[in-house]
Structures are given as C-alpha cells and as structure tokens.
Unconditional design. Structure first.
Length: 447
C-alpha cells in the first residue's frame, strides 16, 4: 500500500534501542550470567553505568530516574553497584580476553553524585570491571545545576572524553514551560565550566516543540548553543504534550498543529546547523565538521549495535547476542523508588531477571532499524555478509512502503533515508518492529 506521507504522524516514538524495554518480561529460568556470556565475544565490550537520580523531574522525561536521594541512598546505591560489578565481572570469566572499548555514565544525572562519589563510580568501572577509563572513550551526562567545578574536575581527571549537557532551551520561559526551571545565566556558567575542563567533546541537547516556542526563539537557542562551538548537538522533538497552550486543546487539530510546529522547527534547526558546518548523523544528532570521531556518543550511537554491552545499575540494559536483559522497569515515581530500594538491597547479581530473547529475525530487524536511522545509511553488502540474505528479501513490504513514500532510496550499494525519511525517523522506526515486540509493548501495563 502506498500511503501518502501526509497522512502519517511523524512523531510516534524514538527508537534508540530495539527492542524497547516495555517488551522485556521476567525470565522465569533466571539464566546465570556466566552461561549467557560464555560464548560471547568480550574483547570490545561497552560499559554503561546508570545513576537513577536527578535534582528535578523534567516535564518531558520518561526515563527511569527519581528526584533527590534522601539520606544515604546514593551510598547504598553505589554499594549495590559495586556488588553487581564484582558479580558481573566474575561471570565474564577469564578464559578469553575481557576488554572494554567504551564506557558511559548515564542517568538520570550522573553528576547528581558528589565529587567523592564520582571518584568511587570511576573506581568501580576500573577496579571492579577492569575498564581502562583513561584509554577508552568515556561519555558522561550532566545538567546545568550539577555540572559543578569539583565534579567536572574529577570526571576530566579520570579520563572523560565527552560531556553531554541537557540544556533543552536557552530561553528561560521555555525552560519553565517544559517544566525545567533554570536561568540562562546558570546554563552559560555551566557550559563555561565544562569548556574549562578541556574535555574534548561537548554535546548540548536542545528540545523543539515547547509551548510558545517560535522560529525566532528556537533560533535564539540554536545560536546560543552554537556560540560554544559544541562538537555535537542533539535536537530532540518534545514528546510529552505541554500542559498549557496547545496542550489545552483536544483532538486531531491540536495534534496536527503540534506535529506541524515540530516538523517546521526540526527543518529550521537542521538547516541552521548544516549551514554552520555541522553534519547530520541521524534525525537528532549533528556533529561539527572536523570534530574528531573517537568519543562514544549519545543514544543514537550506532557503534555498539553488534558489540556486547554491560549495563550496571537498576535501569541499565545489558546485551548479549541472544538476550537483552535488565531489571524491572517503571515510570511511576513510587514504583521507581521501590525498584531502586530493591536494587540497593539485592545480594545476588549473578542472574538475568527481566529481558527479551533476540532470535535471528529480531537481530535482522535490529540491524536494519539502527542502521537505517543513521544518515549515512546501511551497506547492503554488510547486511548480506552478516545475515546471508538481502534486506529487500527479508523486509520487502516495509522497504517498498518507505520507498513509496519517498523516504528511502538505494544508491551505490547503500540503503539510505532521504531528508524527508530522516525527518520521519520516529514514524518509520516503529514500523520495523516485529509483530511479537509490538504485541509485547502493547500488552505492557505502565507502572
Ligand atoms: S535531568 Fe534528564 S533524566 Fe533527569 S528528569 Fe531531566 S531529562 Fe530526565
């Protein structure tokens, strides 16, 4: 069926990992990590440490994080993280070389931790897991209020190569509208402190589609970010309908108006960054021309899709070739608190508790999805080499539909999204989900 692009809503969901965590289920057999990792390549693993704390809850955020951490919770959390690291490192064994090729601290807000706690976090990554943080790319997320000089000094001293800061908007009223009260002066000061550390890659996150945001104010935020010459910029569409303005209107007209606002601002942002010498890496990600390419990147990073991933912390995922696993997942604040408390009390980290098996079909979908959403596209020969078939044989209906909408083209052995295809990444991605994953996601009860 050749549906016109006009009728398709552009913002369905952000596919930064497939399958989504809402398709994970408790694993009744609770497989031992030592068995799961026994046959896996372990010489280029990614390490991810998850810190599920933030100083405020942004209105648009549905990540696994809680506000504030009373009493000794951060200490208890780091204690548990250390116990988990010991158990996981033991499960990886020593019969084959175990090496980490990249590391990242994410959240939440890792810099919610104090400088001393960040030292401990680095120690866990190095001494317990064996990651050589000074030798591999290390990416850390931060926020304006928590990017303090002492914390940044620890991170820079321990080998951080990329700092990613969620600014969202340089316009104070927009920050308030997105339920993240902050003053521009504080944001600029935080950016100055980050640049003072000399960490080579600065990433700034901005959001479009905020209530009251116009081409003029969006341009103001883009220019304020560009003034720092960030090596990377992520432009995110807002996903949670604002509570005022457009959000007060109900029905299809309001949805259409919001979609149009976001598409308009996306195109403006993209064109503005391209005109300033940035390259588009994916719908959201832009990299400054000439800005090195060794640091691990944000959620759109493609490099680790075939590598193993070790996630530590109660919201982190781990990937072997046959299983993606994590702990329980929730977005409701009370449930998140309970899951974090359970995590801090856990004594046994030797088994996978919640996850989803990845069979050959899902591995193909994952490869296609994550490659196609990159601006550089996917090499057909690489896909064939890995899976023994052509993408057009495996996904004839989906690929024909995308081409019919003008979203996809094949040139020089590359399957690549057109500019309109990239603009509609969040509509296109979900169409590649398998029926089983779709079904599991639909059956997931938010908690
Ligand atoms: S700082 Fe980041 S993780 Fe924390 S609530 Fe805001 S968007 Fe979510």
């Amino acid at each position: 069926m050749n549906r016109g692009a006009q009728s398709i809503r552009p913002y369905r969901s952000y596919v930064y990992a497939y399958p989504h965590k809402t398709s994970y289920r408790p694993l009744p057999e609770r497989p031992a990590l030592s068995e799961l990792w026994a046959g896996e390549r372990k010489d280029a693993l990614s390490l991810y440490l998850h810190i599920p704390f933030c100083e405020v809850r942004c209105g648009f955020c549905n990540l696994f994080t809680r506000i504030g951490a009373p009493g000794e919770l951060t200490t208890r959390y780091l204690d548990a993280l250390e116990r988990q690291a010991v158990a996981v490192r033991e499960a990886l064994g020593d019969t084959e070389p175990v090496r980490f090729a990249a590391a990242a601290f994410g959240g939440g807000t890792p810099t919610f931790l104090t400088a001393g706690e960040l030292e401990r976090l680095c120690d866990i990554a190095e001494r317990r897991m064996g990651a050589d943080l000074r030798e591999v790319p290390l990416s850390v997320e931060t926020s304006p209020a928590t990017a303090t000089a002492d914390r940044l000094a620890v991170l820079a001293g321990r080998g951080t190569t990329r700092v990613s800061i969620g600014v969202q908007s340089f316009v104070d009223a927009e920050a308030r509208a997105a339920v993240r009260p902050q003053r521009r002066a504080d944001v600029e000061a935080a950016l100055g402190r980050i640049r003072d550390t000399g960490v080579p890659v600065l990433n700034i996150d901005l959001i479009y589609g905020i209530d009251g945001q116009t081409e003029t104010t969006w341009r103001r935020s883009l220019d304020a970010a560009l003034a720092w010459h960030p090596e990377e910029l992520y432009l995110y569409p807002l996903y949670v309908r604002p509570l005022t303005g457009l959000g007060r209107q109900a029905g299809a007209d309001a949805d259409t108006a919001w979609d149009e606002q976001r598409l308009r601002l996306y195109r403006q942002g993209r064109d503005h960054l391209l005109a300033h010498g940035y390259q588009q890496v994916s719908m959201r990600m832009f990299r400054r021309g000439g800005a090195g390419g060794t640091a691990p990147r944000g959620p759109d990073d493609h490099a680790c899709q075939t590598d193993g991933m070790i996630g530590l912390g109660c919201g982190a995922r781990s990937y072997t070739s046959g299983l993606h696993y994590s702990f329980d997942y929730a977005v409701d604040m009370r449930r998140i608190r309970a899951i974090i408390d359970d995590y801090t009390e856990a004594a046994d980290f030797t088994r996978a508790e919640v996850g989803r098996r990845i069979d050959g079909g899902e591995a193909r979908r994952r490869h296609l999805l994550q490659s196609l959403l990159q601006a550089q596209g996917m090499e057909v020969a690489g896909y064939r080499e890995r899976f023994g078939s052509a993408p057009a044989e495996d996904f004839p209906g989906e690929l024909a539909a995308f081409a019919g909408r003008g979203w996809l083209e094949e040139t020089g052995g590359l399957l690549r999204l057109t500019p309109e295809g990239l603009a509609h990444s969040d509509a296109l991605g979900p169409e590649l989900f398998s029926p089983a994953v779709r079904h599991a996601m639909a059956a997931y009860e938010p908690k």
